[in-house]
Design a protein around this ligand. Sequence first.
Ligand code: OAK
Length: 822
Amino acid sequence: MRSNVFNKKEFVSNVKDNLKNLYRKTLDEANQQEIFQAVSTTVKDEIMDRWLATQQTFEKDDPKTVYYMSMEFLMGRALGNNLINLCAYKEVKEALEELGLDLSVIEDQEPDPALGNGGLGRLAACFMDSLATLGYAAYGCGIRYRYGMFKQKISDGFQVEVPDNWLKDGYPFELRRPEYCYEVRFGGNVRPEYGEDGSMKFVHENYQSVLAIPYDMPIVGYDNNVVDTLITWDAQAKEVFELDSFDKGNYEQAVAQENLARNLVEVLYPNDNHVAGKELRLKQQYFFVSASIQRALARFKKHHDDIHDLPEKVVFQMNDTHPTVAVAELMRILVDEEGLGWDDAWNITTHCVAYTNHTIMSEALEKWPIEIFQRLLPRVYQIVDEINRRFLIEIENRYPGNEYKKQKMAILWDGQVKMAHLAIAAGFSVNGVAKLHTEILMNQELKDFYDMYPQKFNNKTNGITQRRFLAHANPLLADWVTKHVGKGWITDLSQVAKLAPYAEDPKEQQEFMEIKRKNKIRLAKYIKEHNGIEVNPDSIFDVQVKRLHEYKRQLLNILHVMYLYNQLKSNPNMDFYPRTFIFGAKAAAGYRNAKLTIKLINNVAEVINHDPDIQGKIKVVFIEDYRVSNAEWIFAAADVSEQISTASKEASGTGNMKFMLNGALTLGTMDGANVEMYDEVGADNIFIFGMSAEEVIAHEQHKDYNPMEIYNNDPDIHKVLNQLIDGTFSANDKELFRDLYNSLLSNQGGKIADRYFILADFRSYANEQQKINSYYRNRKAWAKSAILNVAHVGKFSSDRTIQEYVDDIWHLDKITVKMDRI
Ligand code: OAK
């Protein structure tokens, strides 16, 4: 590790200078937030040199560049991560200690830039880290939401959403770049205009425009001088007042444009795996996509005269369908502004755009009413219409006379624009995010498209960055790993395989468990401070943290806790190893059953945690405001990782990998990437339960699942479900959890009873939980399995994932940044 990034003395003096320049304060006078700003500014200065050098390398080498287009980047805090990647964390920590300052307290001052909901957004953040670390030219393209993911407060057991004004103190790791602003147009109408030579072009008029202003955030590669860029776009009104006189029409238009700009980037839609279908969301999509493409083309043109060469230098990766309007926007620019013919433009576009699918949940499929789409984006709509017309001809040629195929595959159908169909028709690559997920796409969800374009489909199993989720999150384990295998794992996670021999060594097992215990104490302190609940670090920490969604089945987990409670009550001397059930989850603001599940977890916690009969053997904790920063501590402290989605529903999961990296044992279904984790770690070191994806899909197709039968025949399940409606956990309002009870037992409003097969999987879940109970008593066996989990996690680095994207889809050039260039 390079150690002299910061000379300690110089660092301290720079921090003091920055305090003086920013706040006219000395160290003694400054508060922690001001110190955070000064420290971050000092770190940013250091990054700036590398950022400049990286840009100069881009200028000189002109490498092929990926534009990773995503509505969400769930970055988490930057300060600690940047210090890790600059290889300066320890020195800076020591330097600050000499000043009487604690780096972790300073890190704690940073807001989590939470510009994302969950898995998809966090994946984008991990990908940026890997792209920079592997030395590829990349721009993340997203939106600078004024309010990111809401902060969650728990009040009387209920979730309350509080706006997260993350920019209120100013964010030190961003750079406003007004010189790279672009205009984006909405509404109005399109008319043909004929030239004297008989040529025709379309003129867009009476539109409203906003200016897109980029804010660049540095993405620091690990120990390689590479700094890529995350562009987040802010919206600003154009100065209409300057344009013309102050007549009424102009004034109204000016006000409308101001409002449009303000509303556009105001807030992230807080839905995970679900679309709200709001017009403003489509505006957000077009806004950041149009600006990003304009910036990409401007960069390209600095070095190239022939736009036909675009696919050699530029690739747009669309993170789910959210940026899919990029297909039509690129066509529009190529046809209307570059003057290309349709076929030429289509050829370029279809060699530049690629699409990643992140879910098969039907409620997450984006379909826009044509009425909205056409009104908002009249010219872009015309282009989609033409793409659709030609696509239908292609289907007709391939399947002559097959109207059914056309209906199923059309981009425009039934008054709607189907974004996934547009993405697949235009994308040269379509990928799923885990092996099972990709198979389901090819054989079920997107079968028609796979039959037509098999060559487009490929799998890219997700990954996570070990730099944030081990090096930063769990320094004790990181040092232990380094001690045994060297530090190569930081940029090549496959090196952890060398840990395997230590799994059998009693001394190493002991050390490993001691580290886990320290991390549990750290989390226990956090829980005590934030929840006021005392938890026992010697209990099993059994954790489920992720967005709250019915398919992720937090309900199965808490019903099982209720079941255990009943068992312990009726048999206090039963074999039971103390367990702390830890939950963390945000529910979308309008998602009733999800919010009710949070309330249920909190009520169950309230009853069990205070029941003297239980003697503290079970504790239930709901951690408020689960987010990237506290996630890091939670993963480090987990013994058991709950990955219990209904098989076939979780596209991949990435939390599962973060737990594995930190030596937790997975309790999971054969879903998403769990399947591949099972393959890597082996059956002895993972707890698998429940129906397979195939079985689930078969039940869904045959509609032959009857949860009532289980309820009637299994007395334990019967009792637990009845407790939802007999006041056991809601003494003041027996009806409180009626909707959850009903959702499991009766069909309602098009939703079938227990559509996520909770009762069907309950027994096999409880059995595996029982096995965990016994297995944990054998400390050596447990430690061995835990170490083997770390040893077999290599595949799940996002470095591996990104390298596969590069090899199979993007074909980027590696760059080397030398610091002597500056
Ligand atoms: C969010 C909104 C719309 C569509 C999908 C998502 C999403 O977050 N999907 C998640 O993506 C992750 C990254 O690929 C996967 O690991 C999760 O399984 C998937 O639910």
